[in-house]
Write a protein that binds this ligand. Structure first.
Ligand code: ADP
Ligand code: DP6
Ligand code: CO
Length: 356
């Protein structure tokens, strides 16, 4: 008997220009374009196995060993439905293909890092889900095409279908057909940039990205300024900085956008606080580190950015990583042993926990 099963894995991506706000909550169409770096090491990944079998009575999904409900019309159901429709199309075009689109699927996914803690698990999770169904169904779809479907699982997931530097173009159409991810530059274009992940707290955050950003859209006057007058210029400027491998410009824009994202969170009613005292202390450390570098006639040496959680991601040229790790260990003596901090996009822990 043939077994129809496939496994795929996807890494997280951490945005430099943040996506925060939807103009269509069902299709997940954003209020602004965004740009991220896909982390290419094995520390922060989702791995997903999908299996289609006529003996299954319905679609089911397990996340880290616990079954998640696949609600009708929900994000999981939408992604599975869209992928199944692509398979169906293929089967209609080529009648020799096995008719597996009709079979229910069982899906098991595992994250090797904290889920829902502001480390972009929804991004790697839905990218891995779509990638595994694409492998199961043997679809010829390219990454941008798949990103249209991953986007409907979690907006940030559309960017994890590409490696390297990735933009999610917000698009204009009401049906979302022009709201997908594109590669800005491959990883090899700028291998000197590394990322250091500082896990400040690995607990599930109090306000999910989905509900937090919706509240911001409904209540923040500052968000309107951001989406109309700030992000379009920043998208152009950071794309140019990446093309030119200009770390100074990349760092300034990345830190400014992290700050503004947390400002619109604070401008929300009631206000949302994703960073904590440790997060802010890490900002102070990087600001001081950069101040000294510039005072000595140099350029910026590191950039911090925070997603919807307290955990820091620090982008820096490889030559600075060792120094930054030493600084963090010095000022955060609770920091446990760093794991592979010098590898490409090595992950490290500040406190209390090291990413496995
Ligand atoms: P994060 O900051 O980790 O992205 P979010 O609030 O955006 O947090 O999303 C977390 C949610 O994403 C989880 O509660 C779960 O529903 C979904 N998710 C996370 N990992 C996976 C996965 N591997 N497969 C499917 N869904 C996932
Ligand atoms: C702060 O993609 O998790 O990480 O689309 O509702 O699933 P949903 O939200 P999500 O939001 C990510 C927000 C962010 C910024 C970013 O990744 O661009
Ligand atoms: Co998320």
């Amino acid at each position: 008997m043939t077994v129809y099963q496939a496994t795929a894995s996807a890494p997280v991506n951490i945005a430099c220009i943040k996506y925060w706000g939807k103009r269509d909550t069902k299709l997940i169409l954003p209020t602004n374009s965004s740009l991220s770096v896909t982390l290419d090491q094995d520390h922060l990944r989702s791995t997903t196995t999908s299996r289609a079998d006529p003996s299954f009575d319905k679609d089911r999904l397990w996340l880290n060993g616990v079954e998640e409900e696949i609600k009708d019309g929900g994000r999981l159901a939408t992604c599975i439905k869209e992928m199944r429709a692509l398979r169906k199309q293929l089967e209609e075009q080529d009648p020799s293909l096995p008719k597996i689109a009709a079979f229910p699927v069982h899906i098991a996914s595992h994250n090797n890092f904290p889920t829902a803690a502001g480390l972009a698990s929804s991004a790697s999770g839905f990218a891995a889900l779509v990638a595994s169904l694409s492998a199961l169904y043997q679809l010829p779809a390219d990454a941008s095409r798949l990103s249209l479907i991953a986007r409907q699982g979690s907006g940030s997931a559309c960017r994890s279908l590409f490696g390297g530097f990735v933009a999610w173009q917000m698009g204009e159409r009401a049906d979302g057909s022009d709201s997908y991810a594109v590669e800005v530059a491959p990883r090899e274009h700028w291998p000197d940039i590394h990322a250091l992940i500082c896990v400040v707290n690995d607990e599930k955050k109090g306000t999910s990205s989905t509900s937090g950003m919706q509240r911001t859209v409904e209540t923040s006057p500052l968000l309107q300024h951001r989406i109309q007058h700030v992000v379009p210029q920043r998208m152009a400027a950071i794309s140019e900085a990446i093309r030119a491998r200009d770390f100074d410009a990349f760092a300034r824009i990345t830190m400014a956008d992290s700050n503004q994202f947390h400002a619109v969170a604070l401008d929300t009613e009631p206000p949302i606080f994703y960073m904590n005292d440790v997060s802010r202390a890490i900002i102070a450390l990087i600001v001081e580190y950069n101040r000294v570098a510039v005072a000595n006639g140099g350029k910026l040496k590191a950039a911090y950015t925070y997603d919807a959680g307290p955990n820091a991601v620090i982008y820096a040229p490889k030559e600075n990583i060792k120094e930054i790790v030493e600084l963090i260990v010095k000022y955060f003596p609770q920091a446990e042993k760093f794991k592979d901090p010098f590898g490409l996009f090595g992950a490290a822990g500040v406190q209390p926990q090291v990413i496995p």
